[in-house]
Design a protein around this ligand. Structure first.
Ligand code: NAD
Ligand code: MG
Length: 382
């Protein structure tokens, strides 16, 4: 029996994880749950799964919840840390969105727990610290992001020195094929209508700007120890090939399945075993074709902003991420337009003076600085 804590249990990844746990109850037990605002869903999850510990964001909600359930309910960052580090939890599914996932994920790593990592922002902003701590405490990080799960499966037991490049595939999002001019007036509802995946609002907008793929390039760099030149991006609108690895002899291994996050979630949960019948098999007869194109880096500048931040290193990736979080939030609230997202991030990056990024304090300082600068820029744009 694997004991699991879920950080962000009410989100898209959190709910899919619970679906997997529900189907394989003989293998997995839920120890901890956490949520920010969907308390009604959290209540249902508590009733169904009887966790030992629960965390919510604010203390007032925690107090109200304590009156309704018997389980221990905590709040704030301490609450998230308690869920992530509960002594009974051997596996932590990290599925909070944004930089807020860093501290609880890192606290689980420092106890040597196995991490199923969906929260890519953790590696984007603090990749060096997180991977070093994981090594030091023998904590395994298993990717849940579908592209990284694909690469993880393709690279298994193979030397990194034999990898010529990896190719991260991207659906291209809802605005694939549109010019910069056409993107100027797109609406929030359009950006939230992803063609292949149903995900939380932030990552859905990131997919529309291609920032998601940029963050994934940084994530792949830290997960697989590959230099930025070895990480390529290819648009593959059908989302059937989840990513590929090319080896020095010219062989390419790819991982394919229907687009369903339950597949990489189940693989992370059960690794090194495979569960049976997680997703419907692919029907090659009904797949008319698999197509590929290069990303349009001019219409979607976020991809290059992320690749540049990775090459610049230091605090640049943390600044990129924080500015993006603020920009996406502002776009969702209709305070800025779609094309303002990359513009805003670039302005903040241009103002930034690189600093070392070897401690969590340095990461959090860069994150806070970038949020403040991004907010200033938004106000000056209006
Ligand atoms: P979501 O918005 O659906 O869910 C986020 C979860 O985190 C919710 O449970 C919410 O209550 C909690 N949360 C949000 N902000 C918080 C905060 N400040 N403090 C504590 N808890 C907070 O997001 P999602 O789509 O499930 O994505 C979660 C993470 O997984 C993101 O990092 C995303 O990039 C990554 N991811 C998601 C998918 C997907 O298919 N949804 C695929 C790959 C990677
Ligand atoms: Mg992905």
């Amino acid at each position: 029996m694997k004991n699991i804590s879920i950080l962000g249990s009410t989100g898209s990844i959190g709910r899919s994880t619970i679906e997997v746990v529900r189907r394989y109850r003989d293998k997995f037990k839920i120890i901890g749950l956490s949520a920010k605002s969907n308390i009604e869903l959290l209540l249902k999850q508590i009733e169904e799964l009887s966790p030992e510990i629960v965390a919510v964001t604010d203390e007032e909600t925690a107090r109200a919840l304590r009156k309704r359930v018997k389980v221990e309910v905590l709040s704030g960052t301490e609450g998230l840390i308690a869920v992530a580090t509960h002594e009974k939890a051997d596996f932590v599914l990290s599925a909070i969105v944004g930089a807020a996932g860093l501290i609880p994920t890192l606290s689980a790593i420092r106890l040597g727990k196995t991490i199923g990592l969906a929260n890519k922002e953790t590696l984007v902003i603090a990749g060096k610290i997180v991977t070093e701590e994981a090594k030091k405490h023998s904590a395994r990080i298993i990717p849940v992001d579908s592209e990284h799960s694909a690469i993880f499966q393709c690279l298994e037991n193979r030397k990194t020195s034999e990898v010529r490049r990896i190719i991260l595939t991207a659906s291209g999002g809802p605005f694939r094929g549109r010019s910069k001019k056409e993107l100027k007036s797109v609406k929030v509802e359009e950006a939230l209508r992803h063609p292949n995946w149903k995900m939380g609002a932030k990552i859905t907008v990131d997919s529309a700007t291609l920032m998601n793929k940029g963050l994934e390039v940084i994530e792949a760099h830290w997960l697989f120890g590959l230099s930025p030149e070895k990480i390529e991006v290819l648009i593959h609108p059908e989302s059937i090939i989840h990513s590929m690895a090319e080896f020095t002899d010219g062989t390419i291994l790819a991982q394919l399945s229907r687009p369903d996050m339950k597949a990489p979630i189940a693989y992370a949960l059960s690794y090194p075993e495979r569960l049976s019948n997680v997703v419907e098999p692919l029907d090659f007869k009904s797949l008319r074709s698999l197509t590929f194109e290069l990303p349009d880096r001019e219409a979607f500048p976020c991809l290059d902003l992320a690749c540049t931040a990775l090459k610049e290193e230091g605090t640049f990736p943390a600044v990129l991420n924080a500015a993006n979080e603020v920009a996406v939030e502002a776009f969702l609230k209709e305070r800025i337009g779609f094309n303002d997202i990359p513009l805003l991030i670039k302005k903040v990056l241009d103002k930034h003076q690189k600093r070392p990024c070897n401690t969590i304090e340095e990461v959090l300082e860069a994150d806070a600085w970038a949020r403040k600068e991004a907010e200033k820029e938004i106000r000056s744009m209006r």
